[in-house]
Design a protein around this ligand. Sequence first.
Ligand code: DCP
Ligand code: MG
Length: 365
Amino acid sequence: MEKAVGKWRKIIHVDMDAFYASVEQRDFPELKGKPLVVGGSPEGRGGVVATASYEARAYGIRSAMSSKKAQQLCPYAIFVYPRFSAYKEVSRQIRAIFSRYTDLIEPLSLDEAYLDVTEDKLNIGSAITIAEEIKKAIKEELHLTASAGVSINKFVAKIASDMNKPDGLTFIGPSKVEQFMEKLPVEKFHGVGKVTAQRMKMQGIRKGSDLKKLSEERLTLLFGKSGKFFYNIVRGIDHRAVKPDREIKSISSEDTFSYDLDKGSELYDHLLRITQNAFKRVNQYQMFGRTITVKVKFADFKQITRSASYDYAITDENEAILLARTLVENADFEGKSVRLLGVGFSNFHEPKMRSRIEGRQPTLF
Ligand code: DCP
Ligand code: MG
């Protein structure tokens, strides 16, 4: 069990509910109570759902689904384009509310952040009370709802914030953390993608308690660097600090394969999935890079990176997919098979393209 020097840390994770959709419903009251999809048009090629109102989620509509599928699930759903400048403004406003309580704020995307309130500016002392006050301020001042998780570390606070959405507040106290981690399914663990989760299940590892039975050495052997993280986290240990004003220099995603892959269609399927994962985060942060980098680690643990830079920001997912593929195609693997693939974006640049859809009224399709 984690022990900070003499006492527990107090960490809050705040995440806005159905963020883009709630802002649209707030600003355009005729959308309130309706199944609403924010994203691309179902008629347009490549239109995807950025998010959906809770009314639309009742029909099974989810983020990253194609807009076409969303329309099939709920033919009466209303589709609107995102208004990123409005979401950025709300993001600034919620951060201003957080900063009444602490300066240790680490934003993860426009709609979520970690706060360390071990010492709070107003000497409130209780992290639960602070979370309640933050939720109240967001409701009264911004007319939006947020969910919060309160615990002794980042990992548990983040999972907790998702447990009672929307408008939830979940506290996992120090004495409950280890028990909580034991029950947690492996796919909820940070850094565990679909491939790793599948690989764990094949070994009979389904939840925290299964991971806890394995030694640190065994976990490192199976999962590399993440192995040590898993070893600690199932014991409630996560010393990662809340880092204020972290300047994001790159956004990336990577995955280790359960077996080594040669250059071929399976490798490109993984590359596609990893690029989509990275781009999902690019969209969440609304930070578009001019440089794309692929990282390839081989079976002999040697690693190469290949990158390409442009004089414009990469704002189109399909373009990113094509660029990543070209980089891999042109890289010389010297006949070696691949253990890990990663795709990252850097060299950020305000998107120009987006202004086309900024600030306009919701468009009904
Ligand atoms: N987003 C996106 N594409 C995704 C996922 C999210 O563009 N694949 C955007 C839209 C969301 C915002 O990021 O509103 C925040 O993401 P969340 O995962 O926090 O989702 P929501 O806030 O919409 O819903 P929830 O209530 O589940 O947090
Ligand atoms: Mg959210």
